[in-house]
Ligand binder design. Sequence first.
Ligand SMILES: [Cu+2]
Length: 147
Amino acid sequence: MRNQLQIALLACTLVSGPTCRAQSSPPLDARVIELTADKDSRFRLGGKISPVIEVRPGQALILRIVAVRAQTVARDGSVHGLALLDKNMDPVPGWRFFLHPGVQELAVAAPSEPGRYHAVCTIVCSDNHEGMGFTLWVTEPKESTKQ
Ligand SMILES: [Cu+2]
């Protein structure tokens, strides 16, 4: 039992590394995106509602999401959900989550195919649920506008 625990801790250190530590030290190669899944059934990024988030194809991302209960809570206790849909409205593999109250960090990879993807809430969290989402804009570096 103790050995298993040690192995688990070791694996955690070796494989996931920084994600096992404090939230302030994510993997160096992953981009942290801080979102709120808010009580008014909106995703926010830095206060911006329904943000457009530009990422690179296949980029490693950590979605650090603070979820706040809206009106309705699902049976499993989740207050919002998150699924990423491609242009055909088909779900992107690996992008389906249930969000519980508080902070959660979701490690995902951006889709490899450039384009606009729509992230939607998958829990009917309130009457405003339908409008809850954000856009993930996958671009090659040359496409992006320089600021
Ligand atoms: Cu929601």
